[in-house]
Structure formats: C-alpha cells, structure tokens
Design a protein around this ligand. Structure first.
Ligand SMILES: Nc1ncnc2c1ncn2[C@@H]1O[C@H](COP(=O)(O)OP(=O)(O)OP(=O)(O)O)[C@@H](O)[C@H]1O
Length: 395
C-alpha cells in the first residue's frame, strides 16, 4: 500500500523583494498504484514539488503524507521513496552493474535476487551488454538509463521521477514510454513523474496535475485534460500542435450569435451558447480555441463564406502524410492539420486560403482570466471530419 498526499505546500526561494514563489498552495493526491504526472512548462514548480516530497527541500507551509503518515519533516531516507537523480550522480569507480546493485547492497539483499533484479531491469533498459563498463565509457543517454535502472531495482513505496527520459533520443523515448507503463503495472508501483512533455503525460499517466507558475491549473485523467481543459493555459499546453487561440468578441448580429475577430465571423449554435450561460452576453470579450485537427480546407477561400477563416498561407510543414499549415488571418496565425491528399499539391507561401471551422469544435475562454466558459461539443463532432484532418497527439 503506497499513497501520497500533498496538502497546501508553499515554497519560496530567497527573501523580500527578490523572493521567488516556486510553489503556491499546492494540493493533490496520488493513490496507491497510480501513475500521476506533474505537467507544466519550465519554471512551473514541478522539481521543487518533487524535491519537497523526497525531503530534499523543506516547505514553508503545508504537509507531505506518505502512506498516511506525516513525512513533512522526515529525513529523505525515512520516506522509502526512490527518486531518479541526474546521470551525474552515478559512482564513476563502480561498473554499471555495481551502480545498479548499489541500493540493493545497502538493503543486504541475497546475491541471487540482487542479480536477478539488476539483470531484469537492465534488459528492459537495453543496457545488458554494458554492465561491466564504467559510467565514463557510456554515452549521456546510456548513463541516464543506468540512473533510471538504479532506481527501478528498488521496491520503494513511491517512485519520484524528474524528466528521466528527456535526454534520450526520440526512438528510445518512445520505447521507454511503453516500458514505464508496463513496469508500473507489473510492479504495481506508485509513481509521481515530472515532465514538460504533454505527450508523455497523455500516453503514460493515469492522471495529470497540470501546473503553471507554481499553481495547479487542473487535475484529471489525460482525456479530460485534453477534451475539457479548465482554462486557456491547459488548453494551449496540452495537444500537439497546440490549440489555436485568438481574442474575439461575441456579438448578436440580427438574432444570430456571432464570434468576431478582425474581419472574420463565425456563427455559433444558440443552444450551445445558452447551455454555457453565454446566450445573453453580447459584446463579451472572449478568446476562442480550436484544435488544428478540427480545421479543414474550405472549398472557397473567398470572404463571406459561412464559418470560414480567410487568410494567407504563412508556412507549411509536411510530415509524411499530413501537413501542418500555418495560415495568417487578421494578424493571428492558425495552425491546421491537413491530410496531404486534401491539399492537392504543396501550398505556396502567401497564397490565399480558407479554413473551414466546425463551430461544434470551438472552445470559449474568458479573455481576462482565461477560465473555460464553453467546451467543444465533441460528442456531436463528425468522426469522419476529425479523421480527415489527422491525430492530435502524434508528432
Ligand atoms: N534553489 C533555488 N533558488 C532560487 N530559485 C529557485 C531554486 N530552485 C528553483 N527556483 C525557482 O523556482 C521556480 C520553480 O522552479 P522548478 O525547478 O521547481 O520548476 P520546474 O517546473 O521544475 O522547471 P523545469 O522544467 O525548468 O525544471 C523557478 O522560477 C526557479 O527559478
């Protein structure tokens, strides 16, 4: 049984005017055998949170409970927590095998079991053939895998991982994503994993704690975070390519609800707006959000076609069978994820182009505070349309 509860953690570095609030009133839980991600951009406070849980930082306020016991002030070694340290923490004079075996030797594990555990983990990490080498004889990525291995051989209550695979090449990262998930199920481990990579969090996590500037933005399963982002920050951070976001105004034009930005106009469904409590909110300052896979090529690029964003091609990035098309419209760049077969030839930079918007795929945010006011009605989206414009997560 292993669980973690973080209650109202506060942590600042420095004093007075130069103080940096790294973590503000942070609370979340990781249930027994759960795989939870702390996801956020650089400086979000993820590492500070992890170090506070491991006992390497003292919080200014709040509590850390591990298996129900208050460990806020306990020494790191009393917490039965395993953390992946940087590859530089490997012992240079020990072989890879002995580096990995080190925590087990401290536990005085029988030699046969020790060997079995080290070999099992080495196989998963694809470092079996390097066990006799010294760390300096390995590449940076190989050293990082040894550091991960040294953590995985332990049977800790809680594993804390700080971007353990971010330095590996793309192919190994993909391999490790699958292996971590498998390992977690096999060992029934409880894992808190720090990452700024939304793809890792979306593919491996049972739940995600999305953070920005030391503050929790949303906690939920990956699909909920993706489909129902609580605010503009989460909407823009999760998903690759990221959601298109543009300032707009909601208007009542002759009884029809219309979103306007620059010369562009999008007609919205009244029932959807009413359900979101925006039916009687004309001239409201909003931000609209739409994912690149919900934009498609409009049959006519001309101004005035219903729900078409008219602009010019700003850039085009071809990836195998799809193209990410950047279209500039009224000073905003919209990214669209388009099947090459729908493009019918490479688009010219500066060429006029229309992007068809499915109004059911729009999100609306309060422009001032960023809170989500209306969610895309994904259940009513035409699957064929979504498929025709690609997958949101592949990159
Ligand atoms: N020892 C320290 N002294 C002063 N400021 C610090 C210290 N450690 C972290 N900070 C500051 O606290 C904030 C949060 O840092 P933290 O390392 O927790 O963020 P992070 O989300 O892990 O970022 P990254 O993904 O870049 O590692 C940052 O503004 C950082 O500059």
């Amino acid at each position: 049984m292993a669980g973690l509860r973080v209650e109202g953690i506060e942590k600042a570095f420095g004093r007075g005017e130069r103080a940096v609030r790294a973590v503000c009133d942070l609370s979340f839980e990781v249930a027994d055998r759960e795989f939870v991600f702390l996801l956020g951009p650089s400086g979000a406070g993820k590492t500070t949170t992890l170090r506070t849980i491991a006992g390497l930082e003292q919080p200014d306020a709040g509590r850390v409970l591990i298996n129900g016991a208050d460990m806020t002030w306990a020494a790191p070694r009393e917490r039965n927590v395993a953390m992946v340290y940087d590859k530089n923490s490997l012992y240079p004079h020990l072989s890879v095998f002995e580096n990995m075996a080190y925590p087990l030797r401290l536990q005085r594990l029988a030699e046969s079991e020790l060997r079995e555990r080290v070999m099992g983990v080495a196989k998963i990490l694809q470092i079996e053939r390097m066990l006799e080498r010294r760390p300096r004889e390995l590449s940076g990525g190989q050293q990082q895998r040894v550091a991960i291995g040294r953590m995985l051989v332990r049977r800790a209550d809680l594993f804390l991982m700080d971007e353990p695979i971010s330095h590996l090449d793309a192919k190994l990262r993909a391999h490790m994503r699958l292996e971590f998930k498998k390992l977690q199920r096999e060992f029934q481990s409880t894992i808190l994993y720090v990452s700024h990579d939304q793809l890792e969090a979306m593919t491996m996590g049972d739940r995600i704690v999305a953070m920005n500037e030391g503050v929790v933005q949303q906690i939920g399963p990956p699909r909920v975070i993706f489909d129902r982002p609580a605010n503009r920050f989460v909407a823009g951070f999760v998903g690759e390519p990221s959601m298109n976001i543009a300032d707009c105004t909601l208007e009542d034009a002759g009884g029809a609800a219309t979103l306007r930005f620059g010369h562009q106009r999008l007609a919205l469904d009244r029932d959807w707006l009413d359900a979101a409590g925006l039916g009687n909110a004309p001239a409201r300052a909003l931000s609209l959000g739409i994912r690149p896979q919900h934009l498609s090529l409009a049959p006519h690029a001309g101004q005035g076609a219903p729900n078409v964003i008219c602009g010019v091609v700003y850039a085009a990035e071809t990836l195998g069978s799809e193209t990410i098309l950047d279209v500039e419209a009224d000073g905003v760049i919209f990214r669209a994820w388009i099947r090459n077969s729908a493009l019918g030839g490479a688009p010219e930079i500066g060429e006029p182009i229309g992007l068809q918007v499915d109004p059911r795929a729009i999100y609306l945010f309060d422009r001032a505070i960023g809170r989500t006011l209306a969610y895309a009605d994904l259940s009513r989206l035409d699957d064929a349309h979504a498929l025709s414009s690609g997958s949101p997560l592949i990159h």
